[in-house]
Every structure is written in structure tokens, then in C-alpha cells.
Ligand binder design. Structure first.
Ligand code: ADP
Ligand code: IOM
Length: 308
């Protein structure tokens, strides 16, 4: 990986939120001059920092922030993971990507109970099924120009796919922006249950796979915004009153450490006043703290919405 590869996505897409990608663990050390200030600015995490992980469900203990079900449509918590000793997506060869897919699919096939499911490779999926899964927020989009410029779409759709259980409450994306995106989601705002399912799935997968982890940066990811917990805990929330002034909505969310995305995720617009609200910071915060921050921020947004 050369510097021109690290910054390629931002150069091709000046509207990037960040626009830099790492090819492996070494990229974060070798290209520290561009990465460290971005990491400090995005996560508030300095060069002397050390990441701590906490996936202890009993320590979370958060109430449902919308028990009447008037605002929160659904909750999704995902983490990114990459296999230890392989390059990250931007530098992965076609052969390595296939080995990653086979390794991950073998591990997923041995899950049981509510985590059991099937793997659907992208190249076998018919277009209607694919479109339905994307529209219903289960599957990643195709042809993302930010990922394209980062070299993450090479050989598409080879070795990409999605695993999910029958109820689609537990899903794993394979070889998109990261080698794994492990997702727990369901309708409503039961954050505690969604987190508990994710933590259980991660414990099972950690017994089968070794993930890339750094003492300083936590779980390693291709984009520096995802380092650390690599967790984005989000709700889809309907806020018709606050939608009248999106700048105010974003400022209020930011006050609680939250970021606002559109209805179809990053780089999309809101539809029907439904927003994707999630923890911004992922490094230098534990998983438990990130979900707690989401619960508190969502309660504050609902209170503001109800005052309008
Ligand atoms: P990531 O979550 O990996 O950062 P995106 O922002 O692209 O990536 O979101 C991926 C998909 O997850 C999109 O379809 C988005 O609408 C969906 N999504 C995110 N949060 C929720 C949620 N709380 N409920 C339902 N779908 C969600
Ligand atoms: N896709 C994501 N990691 N992102 C922060 C892209 C961007 O820089 O806009």
C-alpha cells in the first residue's frame, strides 16, 4: 500500500466524510502522519491512547428509550472485524479474499440456535432478491463510489456475500468494506436485547476465528472511523418535528456524541423523516459505553421531538 492508495478515495470523492483507508495494520504506523490527526479528530483519541473493549452485557443494563414504540422503527448494532494475518480489504488479493470467505463461511456454518443460518454468495443471488435485501436494510449497496476508489470493489462480486438467520436478526456481511460486518438487528428499541445477541455471536465467533486486534487501536478496520470497538449502534428513528430543521437535529445529536445518517445509511438522505442515529466515536470508548450513549441520546431526541 502506498500513500496514493491511502488517500485515493478522498481524492476521487471530495464529499467523503474522511476519505482514507488502510491496507493492513502496518499502514496505521507507516502512514501515521495522515492517520493520527484524523484518528485524534474523529475519535478524540491521541497517539498515547490505549483502547479498552467491554462487551459485558450485564454491565449495559439500558432501558428501552421508546417503550411506547412511537419513534424508533428499528435498532441495529454492527461491528466490523477482519481476520488476523491477512491484509485489509483495500490490499487483499483475489485469492486471499476467497480464503477469507471460505474461512468465515466455515465458522458461520457451525453456529447453532438463533444464530444458525445460511450463507448467500452475491454472484448466485438473483437481482430481485438483492434489491429487496438492500431496500429492507439487510444487505450492503453495490457500486459504492467511495469503496470503489479505495480499491474495495475489486473483482466484485467474487467472494462477497451475506449470511443470515431465518428471522434476519443476526447477519454477517462478507468482504465488503471490512472482511466481516457482524450485525444484530430487529424492529423496535430493545437495545439491551440487540446488544446481548451481538455479544453472544461475537463470543461464539471469537472461539472459531482470530480477529486482527492492536493494543493501541483495538479491532483493526480498513477505515479509521471504525477502529477500536468497530461498533456502530444505531436506531432508525422517525422525527417529523425535528426534521424541519436538520441542522438543529444534527447539532442536538452531536451534543450527545451521536451522528445522523439518512434512511439508507451513509451518504443517503432521510425519507419520511426517518433518520439513522448512531454513536460517532468508536475508538477510546467501550462497546457498553457506546450503546449507553446511544440510549441516552435517543431519549433526549425523543424528548425534544415531543416538545415541538
Ligand atoms: P454501516 O452500518 O456498516 O456503517 P451503512 O451506513 O451503509 O453502513 O448502513 C448499512 C445498512 O444498514 C443501510 O441499509 C442502513 O439503512 C441500515 N441500517 C442502519 N441502521 C439501521 C437501523 N437501526 N435499522 C435498520 N436498518 C439500519
Ligand atoms: N465508509 C466509511 N468508512 N466512510 C467514513 C467513508 C467516507 O469517508 O465518507
Amino acid at each position: 500500500m502506498r500513500l496514493e492508495h491511502v488517500i485515493a478515495s478522498g481524492l476521487a470523492n471530495p464529499d467523503s466524510a474522511v476519505g482514507v483507508y488502510a491496507g493492513d495494520e502496518e499502514s496505521y504506523a507507516l502512514f501515521a502522519p495522515p492517520f493520527d490527526p484524523i484518528i485524534a479528530d474523529y475519535h478524540g483519541f491521541g497517539p498515547g491512547g490505549r483502547h479498552e473493549s467491554d462487551l459485558e452485557v450485564a454491565r449495559l443494563n439500558v432501558p428501552n428509550p421508546d417503550p411506547a414504540g412511537r419513534h424508533v422503527v428499528s435498532t441495529r448494532i454492527r461491528v466490523a472485524r477482519n481476520l488476523c494475518c491477512f491484509p485489509l480489504g483495500p490490499a487483499l488479493s483475489k485469492r486471499e479474499r476467497r480464503i477469507v470467505e471460505a474461512t468465515v463461511v466455515r465458522a458461520l456454518a457451525s453456529l447453532s440456535g438463533d444464530l444458525a443460518g445460511n450463507y448467500y454468495p452475491l454472484y448466485e443471488m438473483d437481482p430481485a432478491t438483492k434489491e429487496r435485501l438492500i431496500a429492507d436494510h439487510f444487505l450492503f449497496k453495490e457500486g459504492d463510489r467511495f469503496l470503489e476508489a479505495a480499491g474495495l470493489n475489486r473483482d466484485w462480486p467474487d467472494a462477497r456475500g451475506i449470511f443470515h438467520n431465518p428471522s434476519k436478526t443476526f447477519l454477517v456481511w462478507v468482504n465488503e468494506e471490512d472482511q466481516l460486518r457482524i450485525i444484530s438487528m430487529e424492529p423496535g428499541a430493545e437495545l439491551q436485547r440487540v446488544f446481548a445477541r451481538l455479544a453472544r455471536a461475537l463470543a461464539e465467533l471469537e472461539r472459531r476465528l482470530t480477529f486482527a486486534y492492536s493494543e493501541r487501536l483495538g479491532y483493526l478496520t480498513s477505515c479509521p472511523t471504525n477502529l477500536g470497538t468497530a461498533m456502530r449502534a444505531s436506531v432508525h428513528i422517525r422525527l417529523p418535528g425535528l426534521a424541519a430543521d436538520e441542522a438543529r437535529l444534527k447539532a442536538l445529536a452531536a451534543k450527545h456524541g451521536l451522528q445522523v445518517r439518512g434512511t439508507h445509511g451513509e451518504h443517503s438522505q432521510s425519507e419520511g423523516a426517518v433518520y439513522d442515529v448512531s454513536n460517532k466515536r468508536r475508538l477510546g470508548i467501550t462497546e457498553v459505553e457506546a450503546v449507553r450513549q446511544l440510549a441516552e441520546g435517543v431519549a433526549a431526541l425523543i424528548a425534544a421531538e415531543q416538545r415541538i
